[in-house]
Design a protein around this ligand. Sequence first.
Ligand code: NAP
Length: 343
Amino acid sequence: MELQSAIDLERTTNERVVLRCRPEGLLDENDVEHQVGVPLPELADGQALVEVEWLGVDATVRTWLSKAEGYLPAVAIGEPVRASGIGRVVATRAEGLPLGHRVYGLPGWQRYGVVEEGPLATDLGPEVDAPALLAVLGATGLTAYVGIVDVGRVEEGDTVVVSAAAGATGSIAAQIAKLRGARVVGICGGPEKVRWLLEDLGLDAAIDRRSEDVHARLGELCPEGVDVYFDNVGGPILDAVLDHLALRARVVLCGAISVYNESHRPPGPSNYFQLINKRARMEGFLSLDHWDRFGEVAEVLGRWLAEGKLTYRLDVHEGLGSAVGALNALFTGANTGKIVIRL
Ligand SMILES: NC(=O)c1ccc[n+]([C@@H]2O[C@H](COP(=O)([O-])OP(=O)(O)OC[C@H]3O[C@@H](n4cnc5c(N)ncnc54)[C@H](OP(=O)(O)O)[C@@H]3O)[C@@H](O)[C@H]2O)c1
C-alpha cells in the first residue's frame, strides 16, 4: 500500500530507550541508552508508525533482555527495549491499520514505534480507554482468563491460590476465580496489599509473604488442600504450595518472576513428586497462543467491569525516563495492580 502520513516524516525525530548491554540482576540505567533526535524508520508494506501514548510494563520484558532463549528472540543490543503499548497511527502502509486509529501492539520503549499488520497488532479504532485495555482487557486479562478458565479449569467450590495476587495478572486472575465460585487465597507482599485483596477484591484470605510463613499459613487456610494454584512467581512459594495440593490439583504455570533476574538456572522444586502423590497436573501456557480470543475475552471482562464485578488498580509512571524504574518495581514488589507509562 502507498504511504499515507499525518506528520512530517522528514522533520519529526524519535526518542527511544535502547539496550546497551545485557543486565545482570535488576535492569540498571547504565544497561540502556536514552536517545533523542533519532530519524524515524522507513515503513515497509504492511507496517504502520504509531505515536506511542501508553506503554504497559510487563514482567516478561526482563526475560527478553537476557540472552537465554525464550518464547521470543532476545532484544538485540542497540535495539529499543521491546514492550507492549498503545499508539495512534501517524503514518501507514497497512490497509488494516488506518491513520488516526489506535493500535495495541509491541511498539517498544520509544515515542514512535513500527507495528506490523498481523496477530500482534490489534486495531482498536479511533477511541479507546488505553489504561483499562492495558490493565484488564488486553494481554493481562487474557492471561488471567486463560490461566484460570482453560488451564486451571476452576470450578465452583474449588480452593484456588494465586501468587503475586496484588499484581497486574494475579489481581485479575484472583477475581475471575472468585467470579467462578471458588474460594480464593492470595499471596502478596505487605499489609496494604493484604488489605486491598481482602477489602476491595473480596478474596477469602491473603498471606503476606514478607511477614508470614507461607507454608504454615497455607496449611491453616487450605486444610482440604489447594485445587488450583495460579503461579506467577515460581521459587520457594511454588515449593510451598506443592506441599498443600489437593487430589487432582491443577498447577497453572503463568510466570516465575522470582527467577527472571537470576543469571544461573535455579534448582527445581524439591517436592515435585507431590504431583504424583496427588495425581496432580502442572501446565505452563502463554497468552500469545490465545491471541485469536482477544475479542471474545475482552467482551467478557468488559462486561464484568461495567457491572462492577471486576476492578483494577493502575500505577501510572510518566515518560520514557521512568521506564527502567517502572520495570524494576515489578521485581521489588513496589507495585499494586498494573504499571503503565504515559508518554
Ligand atoms: N504466561 C503468560 O502468557 C504471561 C503473560 C503475562 C504475564 N505473565 C507472568 O505473570 C507474572 C506477573 O506478571 P505481571 O507483569 O502481572 O507483574 P505483577 O504481578 O504486576 O508484578 C510482579 C509481582 O511479583 C511479586 N514478586 C516479585 N518478585 C518476587 C519474588 N522474588 N518472589 C515472590 N514474588 C515476587 C511482587 O508482588 P508481591 O511483592 O506482592 O508478592 C510483584 O508485585 C510474571 O511471572 C509474568 O511473567 C505470564
